[in-house]
Design a protein around this ligand. Structure first.
Ligand code: GLU
Length: 490
């Protein structure tokens, strides 16, 4: 089923980089639009200049683009309903702001910050939930004139009707009810006329013909305020879908300071994750497909996505699953691509110069091909290939133990002789050399291969041995074998 009328939006405030939670909201909106043949809009909610972060808008867009999430309308994409930056829509808001006092749905409030703080403190002292008292609701024109003459500049407050229940059928959470008695008259415009979030959001969603508001659960408490605004204007409301929170692996609320998880999309990019893996992972944060399958390309997600399958309970950010998923995608990826992603990490670690010649590049590509199956992110290349960039072998504990076994020295000795005599040192030529050691010493299988691996790499596990030896290079292999044989003799 397609529905040309589906129009959804991702509406970040430019207060920072693209967070994993924001990316999920954007992705769900995008997928829903694609699935329904609708339109996905990017809107920037930048009316609060105090929270504005330079570059944040660009970072948000970069993050979305990296993930492959394209928007059909909005900032940098145009469309018939722009501008899509709230700071450029002030004239539109002014027009609608004016209508509410005329309808008796909003009033000027002259209370100062200090007065409001006192009022809150007194309410708290009485054990009440702080809520604006409505003090300025019934000011006469004379009273207002006097306050203005005193230099006071009013905010505009929405008059919340009492004794009502605001209801909406949330597409994720089902029926949600709020009593208006629990909602104080809220500010919709500051003294300078700049609208507050709830107001600007409603005007935008209405004028941009948004059909579904899909956003994080943290906005659920804004919804009754927004619904009341729709009612005051007499407008049809969009449908709402509030997506549950993402909890950190300890099932605690994710805080931006929490370092146990990587929270920003840009960080994943920097660590050399593949965007298709990150998108796949994010899609499963609170949404699940019909079957058991967990691996989906973006194009497949566009087909599979269904709002009905968004879960009500919180999503748990499973770092292990993300690593598994990225590894799965990395294994399948072209090694040229993984090499490109790996190079900067090796350069940053000081393993390679900034300018690479062809031989160095080829060498890294061969290393990548050797370790690609084990990489959970491109940055892993640094740790995985350390043994290729050091002179001495560094023995891991278990490997060190193995070197104590008596046959190790014998095998090492015989292999050293083979390597010294070898004139070819390609990966293909290593097998026959080891075979000769077998013939000479009589050791085979693990007894043959493990000593060679341990002595040359310091590890008792690793990728293909022949290719490892080839990439270590003849000189280094000779040196490591010599050192071992000598130290084992002394
Ligand atoms: N600007 C809001 C935010 O960044 C979005 C609110 C909404 O989607 O309605 O959280």
């Amino acid at each position: 089923m397609t529905n040309k009328q589906v129009r959804v939006r991702y509406a970040p405030s430019p207060t920072g980089q693209l967070h994993i939670g924001g990316a999920r909201t954007a992705l769900f909106n995008y997928l829903f639009a694609r699935k329904m043949g609708g339109t996905f809009i990017l809107r920037i909610e930048d009316t609060d200049q105090t929270r504005h972060v330079e570059d944040a808008e660009a970072k948000q867009m970069e993050g979305l683009s990296w993930l492959g999430i394209k928007w059909d309308e909005g900032v940098a994409a145009g469309g018939d309903y722009g501008p899509c930056r709230q700071s450029e829509r002030l004239a539109i808001y002014a027009e609608y702001l004016q209508q509410l006092p005329e309808k008796g749905a909003a009033y000027e409030c002259f209370c100062t910050e200090e007065e409001l703080a006192e009022e809150r403190a007194a309410q708290e002292a009485r054990g009440e939930t702080p809520m604006y008292s409505g003090k300025c609701r019934n000011l006469t024109s004379q009273e207002k004139e006097k306050l203005r003459a005193d230099g006071r500049k009013p905010t505009l407050r929405f008059l919340v009707p009492k004794e009502q229940i605001v209801v909406h059928e949330d597409l994720v959470r089902g029926r949600v009810e709020f009593e208006t008695n629990g909602i104080g008259d809220f500010i919709i415009a500051r003294p300078d006329g700049i609208p507050m979030y709830n107001f600007a959001c409603v005007i935008d969603d209405y004028t941009m013909k948004i059909s579904h508001v899909i956003r994080g659960e943290e906005h659920l408490s804004n919804t009754p305020r927004q619904l009341l605004l729709y009612e005051a204007f007499g407008w049809d409301k969009p449908q709402f879908a509030h997506i549950s929170l993402i909890l950190n692996p300890d099932r605690k609320k994710m805080s931006k300071r929490d370092e146990s998880i990587i929270q920003f999309v840009e960080q994943y990019k920097e660590l050399g994750y593949l965007p298709e893996a990150v998108v796949n992972f994010i899609a499963l944060l609170g949404w699940s497909p019909k079957g058991e399958e967990e691996l989906f390309t973006l194009a497949e997600l566009e087909q599979e996505f269904d709002l009905k399958r968004i879960q009500k309970s919180p999503a748990i950010f499973d770092t292990e699953k993300l690593a598994w998923m990225n590894n799965t995608y990395m294994k399948q990826a072209d090694s040229e691509r993984i090499t490109e992603l790996s190079l900067p990490h090796l350069q940053r670690a000081g393993r390679l110069p900034q300018e690479l010649d062809e031989a160095q590049r080829t060498y890294v590509k061969e290393l990548v091909q050797l370790y690609q199956d084990r990489m959970r992110a491109a940055s892993d290349i640094v740790g995985l290939t350390e043994l290729f960039f050091r002179e001495e072998v560094k023995y891991e504990a278990e490997a060190a133990e193995i070197t104590q076994e008596s046959h190790v020295k014998e095998v090492a000795h015989a292999f050293l002789a083979q390597v010294r005599n070898a004139d070819d040192f390609s990966a293909e030529s290593i097998g026959p050399l080891i075979k000769n050691v077998q013939k000479e010493t009589g050791y085979k299988g693990k007894q043959l291969f493990m000593p060679i691996r341990v002595v040359l790499t310091g590890q008792n596990h690793g990728p293909d041995l022949n290719r490892t030896i080839h990439l270590l290079g003849r000189e280094r292999v000779i040196r490591r074998l010599e050192q071992f044989v000598q130290s084992a003799t002394s």
